[in-house]
Design a protein around this ligand. Structure first.
Ligand SMILES: [Zn+2]
Length: 480
């Protein structure tokens, strides 16, 4: 048993996938020339008034519901005041006193790889809406810093957990599950490398079994799950080293340096009071009705965790299959359509888990970029099951559909992949083979049973391997 315990909570910032910004109609597109997408509202010019993008509120409520949060009936915005060059207004519009969602949870899988399956509930403290700041661009040659305000006003959700994590693995499991869920409900792309999912880690340590919480630090600038995991390992070891030697931890914000694989003190951690929060006077109170909540609950798709359960209980898929098929929205959609077309969920799962996953790995393709449609894969499975094409040709069709969205039946026509299932034609071929192999036939009739395989092989060769094997065997049996 470890001598110390880490206590970790997360603040996850999620960029919402709306077309326009949270308080103005500027586009939210990633990239483009610096400062191409700004107006007087998001650039913070005096006198400009914000108006809430309705879609942002819808997405915030949908996310609250998916995280089992209570939706606040009278939610409000507040100003968080601080000075920083990337913040032209001099304050961020956020929610402190009445955030949109509170008291939720998400269950994460903490099964150990050896086999025992276990679930842990991570409590969600709150979820609130806010606007993003601009981006500082440091010019290495000229020793200057420039500001791109295009990101100002991009809508964010901040999801704050309770300090329920006890290991980096639990944190990564939560972030993975959260990302899958947010993509499923369609509110965010969750691309960590583009900054649309950012996690800050609050961490403290204490002697194992000690009920009192230690002083925590906050770590920022974590741009991948790997960085999150490494940073937690590093920071917990750093803190424990200090505590064990009788030192004290400073309450501070630290920056993770990916290259040096170490965290560095950035600034003393601010208290909420230092931000001089006050209610945002330019935006009205949000009165959210029960009808509104019900309406949004209705448009929510089935969540990944519920689907996983249904695949196991109703489709009788193994837990392992169900986990993989629901880990990604594109794969889930492909699976469900495939299973619908071919009418055989287990077969659909096999083709995806084995053949399609291999293609994804071999070509380094992300599931997001999948071209193949469920209707195509479903058709391929039916063709193989019905003996219209061989299993090997089925794989060839899958590859063609995967690479270039080929239509299976057309591709089979063009590449002559159809198996011969014309009984008349196969009968003629079998008769010819029997005539040419009198001796083998007579030996078979005299009891040398293994000659059957030989004759079957000859007939198959005659069709260049294109006969429906079941049908050919049946005809040969009859003719003998
Ligand atoms: Zn704007």
């Amino acid at each position: 048993m470890s001598e110390f315990e880490m206590v970790v909570g997360l603040e996850v910032h999620v960029e919402l996938k709306t077309r326009s910004k949270i308080f103005c109609s500027c586009p939210t597109r990633f990239g483009g020339d610096p400062n191409a997408h700004i107006c007087e509202v998001c650039a913070g010019l005096p006198g400009a008034l914000p108006r809430l993008n309705k879609k942002v509120l819808d997405y915030a409520i949908m996310t609250s519901l998916s995280l089992h949060c209570e939706v606040t009936k009278e939610s409000r915005f507040d100003r968080k005041n601080y000075f920083y060059p990337d913040l032209p207004k001099g304050y961020q519009i956020s929610q402190l006193y009445a955030p949109i969602g509170r008291n939720g949870y998400m269950d994460i899988d903490i099964s150990d790889p050896a086999g025992s399956s276990a679930v842990k509930r991570i409590r969600i403290h709150e979820l609130h809406m806010e606007d993003d700041a601009g981006k500082l661009i440091h010019d290495e040659t000229g020793n200057r810093t420039m500001i791109d305000f295009s990101r100002c006003g991009v809508p964010l959700l901040e999801i704050v957990t309770e300090p329920d994590f006890r290991s980096p693995e639990e944190v990564v499991s939560f972030l993975t599950e959260l990302r899958t869920m947010l993509k499923f409900i369609g509110v965010s792309d969750c691309k960590m490398q583009e900054g649309s999912l950012r996690a800050d880690v609050n961490l403290s340590v204490r002697a194992a079994g000690d009920p009192v919480l230690g002083t925590r630090t906050e770590m920022k600038n974590l741009s991948s799950f790997r960085a999150v995991s490494k940073a937690i390992g590093y920071e917990s070891a750093r803190q424990w080293e200090i505590v064990r030697n009788g030192g004290t931890i400073d309450r501070e914000t630290r920056r993770w340096d990916e290259e040096k694989e170490a965290s560095f003190a950035m600034r003393k951690k601010e208290d909420a009071a230092e931000y001089k929060y006050f209610p945002e006077p330019d935006l009205p109170v949000l009165r959210i009705t029960g009808e509104k909540i019900d309406e949004l609950r209705c448009v929510l798709p089935e969540l990944p965790q519920d689907r996983r359960k249904r695949y196991i209980e109703e489709l009788h898929l193994p837990e392992y299959d169900a986990g993989i098929l629901t880990a990604n929205k594109e794969i889930t959609v492909l699976f469900e359509r495939t299973a619908e077309i071919c009418g055989d969920p287990k077969e659909a799962s096999n083709w995806i888990m084995v053949d399609l996953m291999k293609l994804l790995n071999d070509t380094g393709t992300l599931p997001e970029d999948l071209k193949i449609r469920g209707s195509s894969l479903g058709e391929i499975i039916v063709l193989v099951k019905d003996g219209k094409v061989s299993r090997a040709s089925g794989k060839e069709l899958l590859k063609a559909a995967f690479m270039e969205d080929a239509i299976p039946s057309e591709y089979a026509d063009q590449h002559d992949l159809w198996l011969i299932s014309d009984e008349k034609l196969l009968e003629e071929i079998v008769e010819k083979v029997l005539e040419n192999n009198e001796k083998a036939r007579n030996e078979y009739l005299a009891g040398k049973t293994k000659n059957f395989q030989f004759l079957l092989g000859q007939a198959m060769r005659e069709t260049k391997g294109k006969a429906d094997p079941g049908l050919l065997r049946k005809i040969l049996e009859e003719k003998m």
